[in-house]
Every structure is written in structure tokens, then in C-alpha cells.
Design a protein around this ligand. Structure first.
Ligand SMILES: [Ca+2]
Ligand SMILES: [Ca+2]
Ligand SMILES: [Ca+2]
Length: 360
């Protein structure tokens, strides 16, 4: 998948993603004096506006993205066989000034959810999990999947009924001395991806406990990326330790900081949720930790995992939502709706390529 500024294949800005399934593509254009910035997102989470650093491809200050027409295209013409190299069906094209106005889902609008899977790890654990290793919290005696360190735990759900959206909800247990964005004893990263390539979470957590030892003050100051996304040490967002936690120091885990003798309480629980475009009958979710110290230093677990399915409406009925008369910063007035979208398969482009081009 790629963006093709100015409609020229010579300008193609590719991503590493290919697709043969239903895919949500979001293009963000920041109109500026002179050339503009454009970002291409593939299957971003629907209930969470992605950070610019999450873009699968971007074009910064290199082209003028003023536009009055969108032309999705895929493949070229296979003259030898008298057919296109590939085909694409567009379900819906939305143009708006905010992320929420162009994504086809809002949490409040999901009235037809089906709870397809639910697991609290208090009873038997099926083969859908790549491990059945559980632990019980010292306080509260909650049984959860864990403890884990630098490893990937997969949830594999099969025979999933027809759906177009899925929401995964779970409790993430950050146990002991998670160091967030720390560049010396971290970054301590948690990630969740699905098999269709969507990155649902990639973030860091920090269980910093106030200490008089200045050696630990820096780790606290490094903060954590959550509720944002960790990209790199130099660009990570910095939130205070345990920002967004539903529970703090409620599970009874402790850690003795180096140079001290008294165990300090260090644990937190986050209620996490993501919505993804998904239609396959198999749903694979990979939960993973990386950059972590030993399990005795910091570990993680999962509890109360739930997967809901949604069918927000029939697919493959193209609709174009009301078009703003003039997008913020776009100097080109848009024309009538039926002029905006051109569904022809273009002869421009390589096999399997999807582009959104500017023509005016
Ligand atoms: Ca439990
Ligand atoms: Ca640590
Ligand atoms: Ca660490």
C-alpha cells in the first residue's frame, strides 16, 4: 500500500503493508503555507486517534496536497490477459476535519455487540492461549495469566462468527518495578498486535515509587508512554508514572530498590481496550513484553480478557458522506460530491498498489 503524491508513480511513498482483507485506510493532510504534510495510516485503532509517529507512510513538506478529487486505484492493466492485475472494492469514503468524523465507529454507537469470548482465568484455560501459566495475586487472590517477561503470549480464536469490527478488552497487570521510558533500565515495553498487522498497543508503563534515593529519581522522571504510544526513546511521550491506572498498589507485589532494605509496594492495573477492523474467521492477538529486566524485577499479566464482535452495517455499498465545503487550510474549494470520488481503476501504478492522489 502506498501514497502517490501528485498522481505520479515516481512519487510513490510505500508502506510495508499489503492487504487482501477489509482494511481501514486513513489519510491525514495538514495543510500549510507552501507544501503540506500527509500521513497514511493502515488499520489504526478506531477508538483512539493514532499519533503521527504511528503513520505507516508519511510525506513531510515535499508536496502540495491541495485536492478536489480522490482517486483510489489498485494494480494496473494486465494487457496479456485482458484484466486488471488486482481489484479493490471501496465500502465507504469519508472526508472530514477530525479523526472521529472519518472513522466508522464510536463506542456509544455500538449497540449490537456480541460477546464472543470472555476469560477471567479463575477456571480452566483452553488451548486458545499459547500458555496456561497462571498466578494468584498476594492481595485479593486474583488468578491471572502470567507472570510474563520478554515473551509473546498468543490468543488464537477460531470459528469467529461473521463480523466487521472487533473490540478486545483486558486488564493489564504491571507488576513490580516497571521503569517506563527509562533509557538505563528500560524502556519497558508492552505491545499488542493482531495477525492482520494492526498494532493496537505499543507503550511503556512505570511503577515508580517515590524514593529518597536520587538514583531512582531519574527513572521516575522518565515517566511512561501510556496512554500514548512508544516509538523511540527520543520521541516517546512522557506521562507521569501510573497515569491512567485503574488500580495502584492493590495487588500486594513489592520490590526492594537497590541500596534499600524495605520492600516498596509496586503494582498497577490498567483496563485496556482497542477496536479493530477485522473480518477473518480467525482472530490472533499477540501480547508481548520487551526490554524488561528479570521477572523478579518486573513482570506482567493479563486478566478479564474479552472479545466483542460488531456488525455496524452492510459492507460494500459505497457511500460518500456530506462533504465539507472547504476543509481547514485546503485552498481548493471542493466540488459536488459526485465529482469528488472517481472509482475508475487507473492504469497508473504497480500491481497490488493502492494510492490516494491529488488532482485539480
Ligand atoms: Ca482473574
Ligand atoms: Ca525495574
Ligand atoms: Ca526495566
Amino acid at each position: 500500500m502506498s501514497a502517490s503524491p501528485a498522481g505520479s508513480s515516481a512519487n510513490v511513498i510505500p508502506t510495508s503493508q499489503s492487504f487482501s482483507n477489509l482494511t481501514l485506510v486513513v489519510v491525514r493532510i495538514d495543510h500549510k503555507p507552501g507544501n503540506d504534510d500527509a500521513y497514511l495510516f493502515i488499520n489504526p485503532s478506531l477508538d483512539h486517534e493514532p499519533q503521527l509517529s504511528d503513520a505507516a507512510a508519511k510525506s513531510i513538506g515535499a508536496f502540495d496536497y491541495s485536492f478536489d478529487r480522490i482517486r483510489p486505484f489498485v494494480g494496473g492493466n494486465d494487457a496479456a490477459n485482458g484484466r486488471p492485475y488486482a481489484e479493490m472494492k471501496s465500502d465507504e469514503i469519508r472526508i472530514g476535519a477530525t479523526y472521529a468524523s472519518v472513522t466508522p465507529y464510536t463506542a456509544t454507537g455500538a449497540t449490537n455487540a456480541l460477546v464472543f469470548y470472555s476469560q477471567n482465568f479463575e477456571g480452566p484455560i483452553g488451548s486458545e492461549w499459547s500458555t496456561a501459566s497462571t498466578s494468584i495475586t498476594p492481595v485479593g487472590k486474583r488468578r491471572f495469566l502470567g507472570e510474563f517477561g520478554n515473551q509473546t503470549i498468543q490468543l488464537s480464536l477460531t470459528n469467529v462468527p461473521a463480523h466487521t469490527l472487533a473490540r478486545v478488552t483486558f486488564d493489564f497487570l504491571a507488576l513490580r518495578s516497571w521503569d517506563g521510558n527509562s533509557s538505563t533500565v528500560g524502556p519497558d515495553i508492552f505491545q499488542l498486535t493482531n495477525s492482520d498487522g494492526a498494532q493496537l498497543f505499543r507503550t511503556t508503563f512505570n511503577n515508580f515509587y517515590p524514593s529518597t534515593n536520587s538514583a531512582f529519581t531519574a527513572d521516575g522522571a522518565a515517566g511512561q508512554s501510556f496512554p500514548g504510544t512508544f516509538t523511540s526513546a527520543s520521541t516517546a511521550p512522557v506521562y507521569a508514572a501510573q497515569t491512567g491506572a485503574a488500580e495502584v498498589n492493590s495487588l500486594g507485589y513489592t520490590f526492594i530498590l537497590a541500596g534499600t532494605t524495605v520492600p516498596m509496594p509496586q503494582d498497577s492495573v490498567y483496563h485496556l481496550s482497542r477496536v479493530l477492523i477485522h473480518t477473518n474467521g480467525t482472530l490472533l492477538l499477540d501480547f508481548s513484553g520487551s526490554g524488561l529486566q528479570a521477572l523478579s524485577d518486573e513482570s506482567w499479566g493479563l486478566d478479564n480478557v474479552q472479545v466483542e464482535l460488531f456488525n455496524p452495517g452492510p459492507l460494500l455499498g459505497l457511500s460518500v458522506l456530506p462533504f465539507p465545503s472547504l476543509l481547514p487550510g485546503n485552498p481548493v474549494p471542493q466540488r459536488e460530491q459526485h465529482h469528488i470520488v472517481d472509482r475508475r481503476v487507473s492504469g497508473l501504478g504497480k500491481m497490488g498498489q493502492l494510492g490516494v492522489e491529488r488532482r485539480w
